[in-house]
Write a protein of this length. Structure first.
Length: 179
């Protein structure tokens, strides 16, 4: 009973040619109907029994349906693959454009940074300008000049000389004996 085909009405027309069974049918995926000999597996000629012929026809129908379904699935898969490839190409183009824009922006920012660094360097050089000592008129770095109580700016040498002179003047004014 397990090998019996279910009672299904198959398309097409089964007929006998002499003593052998044939089936005229248009299987799924075919353009027009054609006659097929219903040969059991391993046989060179069509079967002579109707039940065996029906089972063979049913198996052929199943194989044709399976093949057609696989073909449609492959076609859908190929179409979907093409869609995804197109999307991927579009996405990669968009990504490349973004990367190019980012590169241009990075170059512009690097140029702006280099310009700002050059300006900063000039400003630092200007801050380290020299100025004349108001005593000896020797030019020194502006940061090396010392402002004294009178508001004058003196170099280290002149300042030390002024302090020595100040100490000497104070020593002259003091009496030798404190009485």
């Amino acid at each position: 009973m397990a090998n019996e085909s279910p009672q299904v009405k198959l398309p097409g027309r089964m007929f006998r040619k002499k003593t052998r069974w044939w089936w005229q049918v248009q299987l799924p995926g075919e353009v027009k109907p054609r006659s097929r000999a219903l040969k059991p597996e391993g046989s060179r000629t069509a079967t002579t029994e109707r039940t065996t012929a029906q089972e063979i026809a049913f198996a052929m129908w199943q194989d044709a349906l399976r093949a057609e379904a696989e073909k449609r699935i492959k076609e859908r898969h190929a179409a979907r693959t093409q869609q995804l490839r197109a999307k991927l190409r579009d996405s990669s183009k968009a990504l490349e454009e973004l990367m190019e824009k980012a590169k241009v922006k990075a170059k512009a920012e690097a140029a702006a940074r280099a310009k700002l660094e050059a300006e900063l360097k000039l400003l630092r050089k200007k801050q380290q300008q020299t100025a004349p000592c108001e005593c000896c008129h020797r030019r020194s770095a502006a940061g090396d000049l010392h402002r004294i109580d009178s508001g004058q700016r003196l170099c280290s040498t002149c300042r030390q000389a002024l302090e020595k002179e100040k100490l000497r003047q104070q020593a002259k004014r003091r009496p030798l004996c404190p009485t």
